[in-house]
Design a protein around this ligand. Sequence first.
Ligand code: PHE
Ligand code: ZN
Length: 885
Amino acid sequence: MRTEQPKVIHLKDYQVPDYLIDETHLTFELYEDRTLVHAQLVMRRNPDAGAGLPPLQLDGQDLELISLALNDRQLGLGDYQIAEESLTLQPDAASFTLDSTVVIHPESNTALEGLYKSGGMFCTQCEAEGFRKITYYLDRPDVMSKFTTTVSAEKHAYPILLSNGNPLASGEEGDGRHWATWEDPFMKPAYLFALVAGDLWCVEDSFTTMSGRDVALRIYVEPENIDKCQHAMDSLKKSMTWDEEAYGREYDLDIFMIVAVNDFNMGAMENKGLNIFNSSAVLARAETATDAAHQRVEAIVAHEYFHNWSGNRVTCRDWFQLSLKEGFTVFRDSQFSADMNSPTVKRVEDVSYLRTHQFAEDAGPMAHSVRPESFIEISNFYTLTVYEKGAEVVRMIQTLLGEEGFRKGSDLYFERHDGQAVTVDDFVKAMEDANGADLTQFKRWYSQAGTPRLAVSEQYDAAAKTYSLTFRQSCPPTPGQSEKLAFVIPVSLGLLDGQGNEIALRLQDEDAPVGTTRVLAVDQPEQTFTFLDVPEQPLPSLLRGFSAPVKLDFPYSRDQLMFLMQHDSDGFNRWEAGQQLSVQVLQEMVGQHQRGEALQLDQRLVAALRSQLEDECLDQAMVAEMLSLPSEAYLTEISEIADVDAIHAARDFARQSIATALFELFWKRYQANREVSRQTPYVAEAGHFARRALQNIALSYLMLSGKPEVVAACVEQFEEADNMTERLTALAVLVNSGFEAERDNALASFAEHFKDNPLVMDQWFSVQAGNTQPGGLERIQHLMQHPAFTLKNPNKVRALIGAFANQNLVNFHRADGAGYRFLADQVIVLNKLNPQIASRLLAPLTRWRKYDTSRQALMKTELERILASGELSSDVYEVVSKSLA
Ligand code: PHE
Ligand code: ZN
């Protein structure tokens, strides 16, 4: 915990390191009550840092120094200074060796950063600045070193000893202890260091790379999970093949390991050759993990594997460049998932997520650019903006340069910077140089925060047969950035004629039409593009595939949106038209609710959904997406001031009306799909995901009818399904229903059956956290007493408290502020246990400006209470203080 005033770190203050560490030799002696870390650092003055020998300042936190030697000379108290987060000494030569021994306490580390224990195993998490909790070091990504690591531990409890790179040697120590030494031949920054010791089993496979090298693949898990690794292993092999084919990237060590741990702050970590995963991001089998969980495992395994090039071989110069590796790698994993499954479904999922959550972040007090200018605590910048918006920015570069040009750029980037720690500018420069392009103005996407608005108007001249689109872009102010300059916004578009056919597109100054989908680079505050030879007034299909992360504004009528839903050749935009139609209809009903009028659903929405459900040729996954009304969170995001209760009432009423109007169709499609599910063993593939998705959304609508045959079908599905996707949906539907006996039975039998599987119990908690019926807060408080719940496990906190605050909006935002008070209480406790989790959990309170004045006051009161609650971690302090500023 911090005792000094938190310091703000600025990008503009970046300086190269004074010293370099060529070699790092570590020895860990693991014991139950302490760990000894010996570090031998082979160091020298950085030739790029100027003349003289400045003092050497090493990072270190919560370390107990036992001994320190410079070139074998023991240093005494007068030879160095220790401060709360550093150790400083004066070198007497340009090259030297520094030996230190420290004691640390992984057994009591609840922050899950540095070396800690998860269940019975030791593991590490060093990104971003966790290595300084292991030993004194230059803990910054531009200091890259060759690591050798020896781990020693009691053999019976810790038979497996792992670190980065290739295994070098191992042996017995007598007295029941053993050791192993690992050597990583690649230079790496300390944040990619990893160590694991535990009683683990492994699933083993191998992969032959494109140049014919054999790589051993191992997934280590606790023994009871050995039957849940196959999907991750399959995903890993697919990722390795895909990265060779799509990016020409080959794996580089003899062995690639994944370890699953139960207590982990994030999804997973790309440590060189030794990825450490949250067990929720590795373990998956039909009986225990949903389709969504299977897809998440595939995506995260790919993401971490892809980091081996985009992150490890080429790493970040400093943490302001985080999106260099994260934005690019999220883009790469999204391309991979699109190729493995359905590209349109993947795009719809990514865009919904971005628009609901990243747009909210961009509009809130923590808004920051993809490459932030400053931070207090870097852990707070592992954000949707850096990851998801960062990926959109890379995607726009690809859209502007074309797929081939983009590949040339990425080849040049990897070739030019292999083994280096670089910047976002270096990435963009490689893209420019490989294509002779100028991305100077485009780079504003990296420096300006906020979601741009793009207002579009049209003008058709029937006599001249010209059609003009005028684009006006603007971007709202964000903290520290009041004025914004024009972005380069790639707008992919097409024009439809009255029959729904695509019109060939010829822009002014062109001799002939070129295709029916064009990308316009909108780069002025206001700009008009004119198309020639347009035979009739067309209907524009704008921002196809969501070609830029902006809020588009075009005055579509509901009839036009229905037309686009039917005819647009772009699958994403067909879905988008449906979403816009739903948004218009729901917003109208929110108004009715606020005026105290009876709610009325525009029957055109019902008709549009009916035609989706009737057409059995359509991709069932897309039909399921179409039937999913915009979430309450999304409706909140697009409101100036969100009326929580009106949004909930409108959406509920719409769902109920749709369920009634389309009952027969839902029932028919449900029964057909459930029958196939009954006959088919579980397969984790796109076609099967699609069938179950439609079946499950149909069931959720059907249950709103309360008909006995539906309740019976739901119970049957709950009891008989051979997979978690069907079982969990049936459970969720029962939990949200008024059928108390069925609900209680299902919850009890589920908990009894899965009580020993923590990941499944997380789903059990989440389903109940999402129950929007009155009394939500009391149910959460009760569930926190359940023996399977603990605040010390981040997955549990997210599954119960996080799901409640982020997804159960009517209950969390109840008018008396009890939801806010509850969340603040948890944040205050977690601030001491696990600052990173505390600060993430806080996010819903930071959005106070979205609500009515009474709720605003209640939310601010809680933020102020947290601020006054005592010594705050830098994580929580930064978020709370910025939210109140
Ligand atoms: N670098 C990890 C990833 O995106 C995320 C992470 C960050 C994990 C910090 C742990 C701590 O793949
Ligand atoms: Zn990542």
